[in-house]
Design a protein around this ligand. Sequence first.
Ligand code: AMP
Ligand code: GLY
Length: 427
Amino acid sequence: MSKHNILLLGSGGRECAIAWKLSQSPLLNSLWVAPGNAGTAQYGTNVPISPMDFEAVGEFAASHAVTMLVVGNEDPLVAGITDFFHSRPELAKVKVIGPSKAGAQLEGSKDFAKGFMQRHHIPTAAYKSITAENIGEGFAFLESLNAPYVLKADGLAAGKGVLIINDLEEAKRELQSMLAGRFGAAGSTVVIEQFLSGIECSVFALTDGEHYQLLPVAKDYKRIGEGDKGLNTGGMGSVSPVSFADDAFMKKVVERIVEPTIAGLKAEQLPYVGFVFFGLINVGSDPYVIEYNCRMGDPETEVVMPRLRSDLVALLEAAADGRLHETTVDIDPRYAVTVMMVSGGYPEAYQKGMTIEGLNTVQHSIVFHAGTARNAEGEVITSGGRVLAVTSYGNTKDEALAQSFANIQNIHFHNSYYRRDIGFDLE
Ligand code: AMP
Ligand code: GLY
């Protein structure tokens, strides 16, 4: 095994947790994060390049002898950054962790993902894909379903493209408005789905396109309010392990979902080296796929990485080299939880630039930065809605939570908010 010069793309809590984990590896030589945040700068060097500027990313990689590109967020993957690297002679040797544009369609197109699941008999909600041409079929399909009605914009919509509506007439109006451009081009095709009722969890696999390794299962909390009330956010906290994802449930997940997905990617010749995120729902002890993502979850990564004892660089190298079956994944048996501190007002309007105090008081927790920067005076300030993910270990979920809450008492920024009930629906 060789030492790696790694370029990590992204700037959130997920990338901070990945950078933290990569930085512990004896196989790491240099780490750069583009563009990163004030937290990632503790583990590597931030470079002010947008992950969507492929030419600039490629130039940086070539001129800094980068040997591995780790793509944290979905946008560059869906736009084809992996294919871009493989197509350039000067970048062809870089090991890219992230699927091809074709593979990233699992996240980039809900219509593609549903068709893929249908072709491979992977359990998921019944659906119909609708465009302006067959809107009448859309109305008829809605009429055939019971409330609530699930409407999804086909393309990437920054997590906002899913509507769950109780009233049939309103669902029909929303279908029309999505097709008319409410979510831009992402909504020119709309997937209408049967509503599934159950509790969700996030399963992660790292794959080399043929073999896979499972990472710890996590559950995230998406709503802004306690009791899962209010607007959707990028994630207010997460817990791992997930009590209901026991051996019997995971056996079904592996046999019905993970293995057919990996085999399906191969059969359809969709090049895929990287993380597959299975967003699952447990319906009467049976797992169904709600969505695929082509990258790790946020804030799930902030509990998954702390529980991963194995060397991440070694695993990523094995994935890129098609040797994942030769590796093992060692998991910390303890609970890890993360509690997200967010800016007051988020996910609606909020202020940025608030000074963060108390970071140096933190004990026995890991603070992953999600939306932070440094001001001219060198102080850490808020630069996003989700600001800090405070992660702790514990022998129980409650012990881990208590540790995060204790540290949060000493971290201050104007108008901060966090949920005190992360994990409330798990044993
Ligand atoms: P997605 O972006 O596809 O993950 O959808 C966002 C959220 O909407 C999911 O995390 C679920 O909570 C909910 N959701 C999506 N599809 C369904 C469905 N078919 N049945 C019930 N809830 C759903
Ligand atoms: N936590 C859900 C996501 O990353 O999409």
